[in-house]
Design a protein around this ligand. Structure first.
Ligand SMILES: Nc1ncnc2c1ncn2[C@@H]1O[C@H](COP(=O)(O)OP(=O)(O)O)[C@@H](O)[C@H]1O
Ligand SMILES: [Mg+2]
Length: 252
């Protein structure tokens, strides 16, 4: 069974950035194959990986409501479509969820999708799910159990307490979370001791174990501006060293 890593946190805190760094980490450590799932309706993980998206699960779901091609069962059609929507790269595949149906729609198409995703998931060592702020997609995907929930926050007490509230939502969504860690992102470099104290305080108040702190990084900004893949960031760049150290600790 694959290990599932899910990203959560308020919009703009760095979930997609962390997903891309994580993908670099797993592919370089050769714990592959990895399935990266972009579960944000406004998908943009592909951009950080320098990839183009032509098809999404959302589009497939629409086609499922149409007539099946003759001589094909719905299952066969689904499997074919899902493989068409998979972007296959070396060491990992990317699947983009796209636009969801209306709220609360658990129609037949969604169930077929979830079942087929389940079968697809078995092919991977790790699955990374880059979420939007809410985590509804997770329960929709049949992923009932998360091995590692990473909650990303900005470097402020309020941000960290918000991260805690987001972590608490997983209960009502009926998701089993085996471990959870806070990632504090875009911290000044070096972290001023007053800020470090605040972070430590908020972390102990929130009872959310601190996975690590990522600095605000010009390398990331420049790479995004140039449209280059985060997978190509040099391994000796500060942000990559930081991220790899943090992931080494979390996934040890
Ligand atoms: N450590 C960092 N240093 C500099 N810029 C960052 C850092 N983390 C994220 N960003 C920038 O912040 C913006 C939002 O990050 P993103 O990962 O898309 O957030 P989310 O997926 O949580 O909405 C992006 O433009 C990204 O490049
Ligand atoms: Mg994002």
């Amino acid at each position: 069974m694959p290990k599932v890593i899910a990203l959560a946190g308020k919009g703009g805190t760095g979930k997609t950035t962390t997903s891309a760094l994580l993908l670099k980490y797993l592919t370089e450590k050769k714990v592959t194959p990895v399935l990266a799932v972009d579960a944000d309706a406004n998908a943009n993980l592909n951009e950080l990986l320098g990839l183009k998206v032509n098809n999404t699960l959302g589009k497939i779901r629409k086609e499922l409501k149409d007539e099946m091609p003759p001589g094909m069962t719905r299952d066969q059609f689904m499997e074919m479509k899902i493989h068409q929507a998979l972007i296959e790269e070396s060491g990992f595949d990317l699947m983009v969820m796209g636009q969801p149906d209306g709220p609360g729609c658990y129609c037949a198409a969604n169930q077929y999708l979830a079942m087929t995703m389940d079968k697809l998931a078995e092919n991977y060592a790790y699955i990374i799910v880059d979420n939007e702020a809410g985590m509804e997609h997770l329960s929709r995907m049949n992923l009932r159990s998360i091995d590692y929930l990473l909650i990303v926050s900005d470097p402020s007490s309020r941000g960290i307490l918000t991260a805690k509230r987001i972590a608490d939502i997983t209960g009502p969504l009926k998701l089993e979370v085996k471990s959870q860690h806070l990632i504090v992102n875009r911290a000044p470099d070096p972290v001023p001791s007053a800020l470090q104290e605040k972070i430590d305080d908020a972390v102990s108040q929130a009872e959310l174990p601190l996975g690590g702190i990522f600095s605000s990084s010009n390398d990331l900004i420049n790479q995004e501006l140039s449209g280059g893949s985060y997978l190509q960031l040099p391994n000796d760049s500060k942000i990559i060293r930081q991220a790899f150290d943090v992931f080494d600790k979390i996934f040890a």
